[in-house]
Design a protein around this ligand. Sequence first.
Ligand code: FNR
Length: 369
Amino acid sequence: MGEITNVMEYQAIANQNLPKMIYDYYSSGAEDDWTLKENREAFSAILFRPRILIDVSKIDMSATVLGFKISMPIMIAPSAMQKMAHPDGEYATARAASAAGTIMTLSSWATSSVEEVASTGPGNPFLHLYLCKDRNVVEHLVKKTKRAGFKAIALTVDAPRLGRRETDIKNRFVLPPYLTLKKFEGLDLPEMDKSNDSGLASYVAGQIDRALTWKDVKWLQSITSLPILVKGVITAEDAKLAVHSGAAGIIVSNHGARQLDYVPATISALEEVVTAAAGRIPVYLDGGVRRGTDVFKALALGAAGVFIGKPVVFALAAEGKAGVRNLLRMMREEFELTMAFSGCTSLADITRAHIYTDAERLARPFPRL
Ligand code: FNR
C-alpha cells in the first residue's frame, strides 16, 4: 500500500494484520450494524456554507477541555484491550496523544496499567469507568488513577449490558491469555470464560452494575474531586438530568454503534443535547468522526470537542505509536484546512451558520439576509 492519506485507510491494514477474532471485535457494531453505517452517513447529510475573503493566514485550533488546554478539539475515546492491536497498546496511544498535545481516555478494560499511561509525558489522561457492582473496586481504581495524575473521569452510562455483537458471539471472543485487564490486576475478579457465546458479554454481565442510576453519578462525585463526563447521552431529557446530576460535561455517544442498534447517529442527536444543556456544561461527541470536516461539523452544531474510537485501534494495529501519531496529524491538518476554507481562525469563529443539513436545504434553500 502507498502513502496513507486519510484515517479510514488504517482499517484495511488492521484487517490484514490482525487475527479475525480481534479485528472483528474492534470493528463490529451491534446486530444489523444500522447505527454503525448511520454514524458515518449522517455526516454526509451536512454541508458547508463557507465564508470567503477572510484572513486565514493564522489559525488557532487550541481548545480548553475542563480547564485543560489542548492543541486541537480532537481527543481519543476509550477503546478496550489495545494490546491486542499492538504490543505497546494503550501506552503507545497515550504517547501519541501526549506528543500531539491532546487527551487520551484510558478504558476500564485497558491492557496497559494506569502508571504506564501516566508515565508518557505531559498529557492529561482521562479515566474511563464502567461502574462495577463492587464499589470497593471502583473506589480503589478512582483513587489510584487520581494519584497517577489522571485529570477527569468519563463514566459510561449506555452499557448496563453489552450490545449484541454477533461476530463476537460467533468467534466466542475472549481476551487472549497472554494479556490481562491491568486496571483490575491484583483484585480478585473472575477471568473471561471461553465456553460462553461471547466471553466478554458474560464477563460484563458478571461485573457491570445493571442497577446503575443517576444517584450513582452523585455517589461517584462523593468519592472523588475529579470532574465527571457522562458518556452515552443522546436525548434532551437525559442531557437535562446530566446537568442536574452535577456532571462536568456530556459526551454524546452511542458507543461507536456497539450497544443499541437503530439509535440515531450521534451527529444527528448532538443539537438536541446541546440545546438541552443550554451552555451550562460542555457537550462533546464521539461516533463516526473520521475527517477534519466531521470535526468542524460537530463544532458547528455545538460540540466543544470530539473523541475518536475505532481509527485509533486500527492505526495502532498498522503502525503502533507512529500510526496513532499520524492519525492525529492527518485529522489536525484536515480540520485546519476546513477552518481555512470556512473563514474561521479560531474555534469561537465556528458557528451554526457555517453548515446546513439536508432537511434545512430542502425547507429553506436561501438564508434571509
Ligand atoms: C469502544 N468503546 C468503549 N467505550 C467505553 O465507554 N468503554 C470501553 O471500554 C470501550 N471500548 C471500546 C472498544 C472498542 C474496540 C471500540 C471500537 C469502542 C466506545 C468508544 O469509546 C467510542 O464511544 C466509540 O468508539 C466512538 O465511535 P467511533 O469513533 O469508533 O466511530
